[in-house]
Design a protein around this ligand. Structure first.
Ligand code: CAA
Length: 389
């Protein structure tokens, strides 16, 4: 066996198994799991389609061999693989049996969108809505932060114009739809707010209480949190039926996925409106419940963590990155992606998953913890797993 194949078997097979178990548990549909990984991470195919292509029997047997070696429950073939083999069925059959839902409709008028935050995610989200023709009011903590959002968008648009995609006129029109403010009160007239501030529950609870006071009745309050309980944010307001998750991916203007997270209190109309809005801004929405990791992070971060553990065993980072791109066709190797996401963010997500699921295999890799302690967070600090200085 070549080393690339070994790396595929070590890192990609457990990811496929995890995707099968996620479907088997009823957490998400076949098409949403596959769309999540294609549009959230740029993978050429969703994991369940890949299982169909390799063959459920082959995936089961390769996993069984790995399980015999490691004894790790995460490598034990999902029961559904056996069932599909026995019944000669595929995930494509499962998806076809589930059928397609009707296209979602806007149940609330959405003309003006608010965004809170001025970081990378917030800036990307402002761009996404303005690009789709919405008026956007965005709120930050100082004029310099507001200017940073315009700088980020201008840079992206200038790059697109240089490639012959769009004109200076389009750029001016888009920037003309933006209103920056340092006062949250500016959000009084918006139809939906998307919050993308720091991943800190106390900060977000305070913000949601304030948004509840400021925003007009019926305005939807959405969060782009990837790891905090949305139910708690809803409970901090007098309108939990209007609170929902809209989890965008980095870089937001490029990645087409939005995970739409409903709590048990979110109304069906708000869910449908946000799914329709997601489609209107040219993104693909998938639905998931309010649980750590949703779909993408649940499947992505254990794989990234496994890659770090493989490197701890002596495999070269560049070899792993190259093998994954070659064998799985992922757009970035695990260490390249970790450096884009940021090791601090990755560690926080991995800790959440470990706490929620208690799988010993989800324990954050020691090197990830060490990188964060050393301040080697990735591209944003000039050094992470790879060096950018
Ligand atoms: N902002 C805006 N646009 C960007 C951009 C950015 N930061 N980076 C790249 N682009 C644009 C480029 O302008 C280019 O646009 P056109 O096609 O219109 O010309 C396009 O994206 C492709 O860029 P490149 O050709 O330069 O580079 P690429 O082909 O290597 O693609 C990539 C870059 C899209 C980022 C690709 O590498 C990819 O899909 N990577 C995977 C990213 C990923 O997995 N993200 C999920 C992380 S997990 C997460 O976000 C969740 C969480 O909770 C932490």
């Amino acid at each position: 066996m070549t080393s690339s194949e070994q790396i595929f078997n070590t890192l990609v097979l457990p990811y496929l198994n995890h995707a099968v178990r996620t479907y088997e548990s009823g957490y998400a549909s076949v098409s949403d799991i596959d769309a999540a990984m294609r549009f959230g991470c740029g993978y050429p195919k969703g994991p369940l389609t890949v299982v169909d292509e390799i063959g459920a029997a082959q995936v089961r047997d390769l996993l069984a061999a790995r399980y015999a070696e490691t004894g790790d429950h995460l490598h034990e073939p999902a029961g559904l693989l056996d069932k599909l083999v026995a019944e000669n069925r595929t995930f494509a059959d499962e998806a076809a049996a589930a059928g397609e839902g009707a296209a979602p409709q806007l149940k609330h008028d959405i003309a003006k969108v608010g965004v809170v935050g001025t970081g990378t995610m917030a800036s990307g989200i402002v761009q996404v809505f303005a690009q789709a023709g919405y008026e956007v009011v965005y709120v930050g903590r100082g004029q310099d932060k507001l200017d940073g959002v315009v700088g980020y968008i201008t840079k992206n648009l200038d790059r697109a114009i240089a490639k012959g995609k769009g004109t200076e006129g389009d750029k001016d029109a888009l920037l003309g739809r933006l209103t920056g403010s340092t006062e949250r009160e500016a959000l009084g007239g918006v139809d939906i707010v998307v919050e993308a501030i720091a991943e800190d529950l106390e900060l977000k609870l305070e913000l949601f209480r304030d948004l509840d006071r400021i925003c007009k009745p019926g305005a939807i309050l959405a969060t782009t949190t990837s790891s905090l309980p949305i139910t708690k944010l809803g409970e901090a307001t007098g309108r939990p039926q209007d609170v929902i998750g809209m989890h965008f991916f980095n870089p937001a203007p490029v990645m087409k996925l939005v995970e739409i997270i409903t709590t048990s209190a979110t109304s069906a109309d708000v869910d449908e409106t946000v799914r329709a809005l997601t489609a209107n801004v040219g993104k693909v929405g998938v639905s998931a419940g309010d649980r750590a990791g949703f779909i993408v992070n649940l499947l992505l971060f254990p794989y990234l963590n496994d890659a770090i553990k493989l490197a701890e065993g002596g495999e070269e980072l560049a070899t792993i990155d190259a093998a994954i791109k070659e064998t799985a066709g992922f757009p970035m190797g695990p260490f390249e992606l970790l450096d884009v996401v940021g090791n601090d963010v990755s560690l926080a997500i991995q800790k959440e998953l470990y706490a929620e699921f208690g799988e010993p295999g989800f324990e954050p890799a020691a090197t990830l913890v060490a990188k964060v302690e050393a301040g080697e967070l990735g591209r944003k600090t000039g050094k992470g797993f790879h060096d950018y200085s």
